[in-house]
Design a protein around this ligand. Structure first.
Ligand SMILES: O=C(CO)COP(=O)(O)O
Length: 258
C-alpha cells in the first residue's frame, strides 16, 4: 500500500496583502516544528502580489513550508492583460498552483477545457496543479455529485500523461460547503474522494491512483478535520477561511491531536 503524505494547503483567496502575508507566514514558521513537517506537508496559496515576499521569507530562513499560486494562465507569455504565467510562477519557485477553483469557474467562466489547459501549463513549468472539482447544491440535491465531479475530473485531465498525473493533487470541494460553515459529512467526503480515486484507476492504473493525493475542502476547521482525515481516500485539506488564522491553521496541520 502506498502511503500518501497528507497535504494541508491554505487557500488565502483575496485576503492578506504582502505585509500581512509576511507576518502570517512568520507566525506559521514560529509555531510549526520538524515533527509537524515530517507528518504533514504544509502549503500556503497567497495572492500573486504576496508571492515574492513569501518566497524571500521561505528561502531566507530555509522554511519547510511550501507555497503556490491560486491561478495560472494557460499561456506562457504574450498579450494576456492581467494574467500570470507558468514561467513567472516557476521563477518564484512555486510548488503548487490551484486550478479550477469553484470561484474561478463561477466568477471567471472557467470551463473544464480552460482548466485542462491550465493543468498542462502548470506541468509544463514544473508546478504541481491542485485541480479543484466539486458540485453545487442543485447537483447534490439531485444526488448527481459523483458523476458531475468525475466529469470535471475527466475534463481537467484530458490528454495529461500518467507520469504527470501521478504527482497531481485533486481537491474535492463541494461548492455548497465553501465558506458556508456547512461542512460535508466525513461520509460525503469519502464517497466522492473514493470515486475520484476509482476514476483515476480506470483512466490510468490502480498503482497511479494510489499515489495521487485527494484533498477535501469546504468549511474545514480544527474541530472537524480529524473525522474527515480518518476517511481512507482523504489525504489532506484545502482550507479557506480557517487558514487565515495562523493558530487555527496550525491546529488543522496537527489534526492527529484534535
Ligand atoms: O474554497 C475553499 C478552499 O479552497 C474552502 O473555503 P472555506 O474553508 O472558507 O470554506
Amino acid at each position: 500500500m502506498t502511503t500518501r503524505t497528507p497535504l494541508m494547503a491554505g487557500n488565502w483567496k483575496m485576503n492578506l496583502n504582502h505585509l500581512e502575508a509576511i507576518a502570517h507566514v512568520q507566525k506559521l514558521a514560529f509555531a510549526l516544528t520538524d515533527k509537524d513537517y515530517d507528518a504533514v506537508e504544509v502549503a500556503v496559496l497567497p495572492p500573486f502580489v504576496d508571492l515574492r515576499s513569501v518566497q524571500t521569507l521561505v528561502d531566507g530562513d530555509k522554511l519547510k513550508i511550501k507555497y503556490g499560486a491560486q491561478d495560472i494562465s494557460a499561456h506562457d507569455s504574450g498579450a494576456y492583460t492581467g494574467e500570470i504565467s507558468g514561467p513567472m510562477l516557476s521563477k518564484l519557485k512555486c510548488t503548487y498552483v490551484a486550478v479550477g477553483h469553484s470561484e474561478r469557474r463561477q466568477y471567471h467562466g472557467e470551463s473544464d477545457e480552460i482548466c485542462n489547459a491550465k493543468v498542462k501549463a502548470a506541468f509544463r513549468h514544473g508546478i504541481t496543479p491542485i485541480l479543484c472539482v466539486g458540485e453545487g447544491l442543485d447537483i447534490r440535491k439531485a444526488g448527481e455529485q459523483v458523476p458531475y465531479t468525475l466529469s470535471q475530473l475527466d475534463g481537467g485531465l484530458e490528454g495529461v500523461p500518467a507520469d504527470q498525473v501521478e504527482s497531481i493533487v485533486i481537491a474535492y470541494e463541494p461548492v455548497w460547503a465553501i465558506g458556508t460553515g456547512e461542512v460535508a459529512t466525513p461520509d460525503d467526503a469519502q464517497e466522492v474522494c473514493g470515486a475520484i480515486r476509482g476514476r483515476l484507476a480506470e483512466l490510468y492504473s490502480q498503482e497511479l491512483a494510489d499515489k495521487v493525493r485527494i484533498q477535501y475542502g469546504g468549511s474545514v476547521k480544527s474541530g472537524n478535520i480529524a473525522a474527515i482525515m480518518a476517511q481512507p481516500d482523504v489525504d489532506g485539506a484545502l482550507i479557506g477561511g480557517a487558514a487565515l488564522d495562523a493558530d487555527e491553521f496550525v491546529k488543522i496541520v496537527r489534526f492527529r491531536d484534535q
